[in-house]
Design a protein around this ligand. Structure first.
Ligand code: NAP
Length: 248
């Protein structure tokens, strides 16, 4: 049995670890991060060449099931996975960690896109902690606020004029996030609703400090694709999906 995990997330890596002893596992990474944390099992790096390329790869490598464990905001590869799985007639599951929800004391502004987040800033804050990743910085390039940008690798495209870049990879601690907000006198945080524990402490630190948070909502999972919330749930699905007796 051969399972393809479209990865690039902690959950994808954990799932590969859970499955590696039981079935053949290949994890696929986009190749965006210079030194990625590698999962157990086989690893391939780089794009497939769209949905058709992915479907061809699935067929050529005898893949029996695909898990889309990509980041909740990696919209194109998830769409491609849905098309490719339908073309190649293999089962597909989306592994999506649950999104964050506001709790008492939070001041959240939910928006539908990075562009909308940028447009909202003027009325909310002047010193922005921007944690939406280095790929979407162009949306903020024309803004005049001061930005602290935190990303895993250095950004290289258009970005705001008044910017300091902090190269760091999570998990982050509440103590560290508190200190960061205070040191840079942050008065607004911008984040995607990535979910998960590794980057959640920034939300608690913002709540404590009375810092408002602009939250970019998630794109939907492609229609008809079942989802699992945890690697354990996804592993159970794989074992069912690849069991010729139990079926799906
Ligand atoms: P995207 O916009 O959905 O995908 C763009 C293209 O990158 C895809 O069409 C595909 O190229 C290739 N690709 C994406 N994920 C791939 C994978 N796991 N294996 C092979 N090719 C992949 O993706 P993105 O938002 O740029 O994210 C890229 C990767 O970074 C993903 O693996 C994601 O899990 C991870 N990541 C993304 C974010 C985020 O905020 N977007 C945050 C953390 C991690 P082809 O069409 O040529 O196949």
């Amino acid at each position: 049995m051969h399972v393809l995990i479209l990865g690039g997330t902690t959950e994808g890596r954990v799932l590969a670890g859970l499955l590696a002893g039981a079935v053949r596992v290949t994890s696929s990474l986009a190749g965006r991060v210079a030194a990625p944390r590698l999962p157990a099992g086989e690893v391939r790096i780089g794009g497939f060449g769209g949905a058709e390329g992915l479907a061809a790869w699935v067929r050529q490598h005898g893949v029996d099931a695909v898990i889309d464990a990509t980041h909740p905001f990696a919209e194109r590869i998830s769409f491609n996975a849905a098309r490719a799985a339908a073309t190649a007639h293999v089962p597909l599951l989306a592994l999506r960690r649950p999104g964050w929800v506001p709790v008492e004391g939070d001041e959240w502004y939910e928006v539908g896109s990075l562009g909308e987040a940028a447009g909202l800033l003027g009325g909310v804050g002047e010193r922005v902690f921007l944690t939406t990743g280095r790929m979407g910085l162009a949306a903020f390039a024309e803004r005049s606020e001061w930005f602290l940008v935190r990303s895993v690798d250095a950004p290289d495209g258009p970005m705001p004029a008044r910017v300091e870049v902090l190269l760091e990879r999570g998990p982050f601690t509440l103590e560290g996030e508190r200190e960061l907000l205070a040191r840079h006198r942050i008065d607004v945080l911008v984040t995607k609703d990535s979910g998960g524990a590794a980057t959640a402490p920034k939300l608690a630190a913002a709540r404590e400090a009375g810092v408002p948070v602009v939250v970019v909502r998630r794109p939907p999972v492609p229609v008809g694709v079942p989802t699992a919330a945890t690697p354990e749930e996804a592993a159970a699905w794989v074992l069912r999906a690849t069991d010729p007796v139990a079926g799906l």
